[in-house]
Design a protein around this ligand. Structure first.
Ligand code: PEP
Length: 249
């Protein structure tokens, strides 16, 4: 890995009440005091405040799992970047495949959300990745190229290094089927090449792998030269497992 600080993010999806989240943070923090890696927790909206309070001063940062691109407006059920910033959120997951699949998140919307997050001062964690059918049809690179070019279309080259990208092959998310380190490295190196083609400092961009990362496979995945960390779903729900992944980076 170049001089990129490893970045490990916990995507809790729709898991943990605020009380459960508080318990998690109390258990996690003493286990990761020695880490110099970037550690980010992505709880549901209702637990954001609790996690921010409990992790204050620890170096752990907090991300939301989505946001709307507008600052305010008639968008019932949505939350904006200024609302997240106000309570101390520092980053936001955008374009997770579950939002693309189940909630109609489009590349068109993401082309607005990514620059809106940057403009507000939030760090976007942009998720991209192919379906199993696309991989079998040899379309992995085409999918990654299309998603990255569309979602980052309005991002200035000078801003690129402020973005974190997560390569998450859909067939590996929540399935227990992890991409091999070689598959993940190949896709992530390709994604970095796409970023390079956009100008800006692509070598400074942290690109994570996500998809059934566990303590047992985290080390070999993150040892690959272009893999700068992990976006962890299921294994991030248990503090011991998540701490072990943080330590493996
Ligand atoms: C995710 O939710 O982004 C994810 C990668 O989930 P899991 O680790 O459970 O596959």
């Amino acid at each position: 890995m170049a001089d990129r600080i490893p970045y490990i993010a916990a995507n809790w999806k729709m898991h943990k009440t605020a009380a459960e989240a508080a318990e998690f943070v109390e258990s996690l923090l003493p286990r990761i005091t020695a880490t110099e890696n970037d550690v980010v927790l992505c709880p549901p909206y209702t637990a954001l405040g609790e996690v921010i309070e409990r992790s204050r001063g620890s170096g752990v940062r907090v991300a939301a799992q989505n946001m709307h691109e507008a600052e305010s407006g008639a968008f019932t059920g949505e939350v904006s970047a200024p609302m997240l910033l106000e309570i101390g959120v520092e980053a936001v997951v955008l374009g997770h495949s579950e939002r693309r699949q189940h909630f109609g998140e489009t590349d068109k919307a993401l082309a607005h959300k990514v620059p809106a997050a940057l403009a507000a001062g939030l760090e976007p964690i942009l998720c991209v990745g192919e379906t199993e059918e696309a991989r079998d049809a040899g379309q992995t690179e085409g999918v990654l190229e299309r998603q990255l070019q569309s979602d980052l279309a309005a991002v200035e080259p000078a801003e690129l290094a402020r973005i974190v990208v997560a390569y998450e092959p859909i067939w590996a998310i929540g399935t227990g089927r992890t991409a091999t380190p070689e598959q993940a490295q190949e896709a992530i190196a390709f994604a970095r090449d796409v970023l390079r083609g956009r100008g800006g400092d692509a070598d400074a961009v942290r690109i994570l792998y996500g998809g059934s990362v566990k303590p047992a496979n985290a080390g070999e995945l993150m040892a690959q030269p272009d893999i700068d960390g992990a976006l962890v779903g299921g294994a991030s729900l248990e503090p011991g497992d998540f701490a072990a992944i943080v330590e493996a980076a």
